[in-house]
Design a protein around this ligand. Structure first.
Ligand code: NAP
Length: 307
């Protein structure tokens, strides 16, 4: 009999997250899947549909708003209070869409950074304290973290610039967050190896361009143009995928035997490869980690690592 395990997927009610949840659930009905999103009705509907599509009865929706530090802490408490098999996997997948202007989280951080990085930073730290000795965490990043691949400038000076930007540049914020997802994965992997004896792997994943998700709703002429051109460019650069294809690869990264023991790496779909030179800057990763601790007010009982 297979050992029962629990997997949490943020933003699991649509797009890549939904397909990842589906494939983890399909693999084995000893896999319990929690889709964690802010829209309770949409998530409950997605969970029901997943049960029908997979015949796995162990799929549930839990309310989680990554744009609220209080909601993240409430989610972790609700998870701890509910009997589930041991937590084995966490997929940090959710991202806030763009609405043509800077928006802010409940705690005053720029929305893309607040949801895509800070929210996941707090969530992953707290859930790590609840993971037994083995498990897997994946941060969903993007090829858009890579300055060599894109026409606009991507740089990193300090996390505070991303948390409190002076101007509106959604693409720049988005690329910055996808860079932070890699910094966070590498730094967390490093700290797990240095400070604990746990066999928990942490990696970053690029799903490639998926035209069939909710991401990239256009709000301006420039964004509409970018959306029209992106699939063509993505095909030319070999970066084209779909939520179904990449969701399956992401699920496999969470459960596949062939990935056992691999940590601190970047996967372009199913291929482990180097990420950009900028994303390997350890000083930036350390700056991000320290600033994130301050910004989310991380407490010692919320992390495995010494503060
Ligand atoms: N699409 C692409 O071409 C592409 C390429 C590279 C990387 N990615 C990455 O893939 C991941 C998934 O994106 P996707 O394309 O599947 O987009 P999507 O369909 O828009 O999914 C985003 C998910 O995040 C959730 N979410 C948004 N704000 C949230 C919040 N405050 N709290 C909790 N959940 C929240 C959304 O829930 P609601 O339903 O409530 O909005 C939705 O379930 C992202 O990390 C993205 O950066 C996508």
């Amino acid at each position: 009999m297979m050992k029962e395990k629990t997997f949490i997927i943020t933003g699991g009610n649509s797009g890549l997250g939904y397909q990842c949840a589906k494939n983890i659930a399909l693999e084995n009905d000893s896999n319990h899947v929690i889709i964690a999103s802010r829209n309770e009705a949409k998530s409950a509907g997605a969970a029901r549909k997943l049960v029908e599509e997979t015949n796995n009865p162990h799929i549930r929706a839990f309310s989680l708003n990554l744009a609220s530090l209080a909601s993240i802490r409430d989610f972790c408490q609700a998870f701890a209070d509910t009997p589930f098999p041991p937590l084995y996997g966490l997929v940090c997948n959710a991202i806030a869409g763009s609405h043509g202007k800077n928006e802010y989280t409940e705690d005053g951080f720029e929305m893309t950074f607040g949801v895509g990085h800070l929210g996941h930073f707090l969530l992953a730290n707290i859930l790590l304290t609840r993971m037994p000795d083995s498990g897997r965490i994946v941060f969903v990043s993007s090829d858009q973290h890579n300055p060599a691949r894109w026409m606009y400038r991507i740089s990193y000076t300090d996390a505070l610039d991303l948390a409190f930007p002076k101007e509106y540049r959604h693409i720049k914020s988005y690329s910055g967050v996808k860079l932070c997802n890699i910094y966070c994965a590498c730094e967390m992997a490093k700290r797990i190896s240095a400070e604990t004896s746990k066999n928990i792997s942490v990696n970053a994943f690029n799903p490639a361009f998926m035209a069939d998700t909710g991401l990239g709703k256009a709000n301006s002429f420039a964004e509409r143009m970018a959306k029209a051109i992106a699939p063509v460019l993505a095909r030319m650069m070999g970066l084209h995928s779909s939520a179904g294809k990449s969701g399956k690869l992401l699920a496999s990264l969470m459960t596949g035997e062939k990935y056992a023991g691999i940590t601190g790496k970047y996967f372009d779909r199913d291929r482990e490869c180097p990420s950009s030179e900028l994303s390997c800057n350890t000083a930036n990763a350390e700056n991000l980690w320290k600033r994130s601790i301050e910004l989310v007010g991380l407490q010692q009982n919320e992390t495995l690592f010494t503060l």
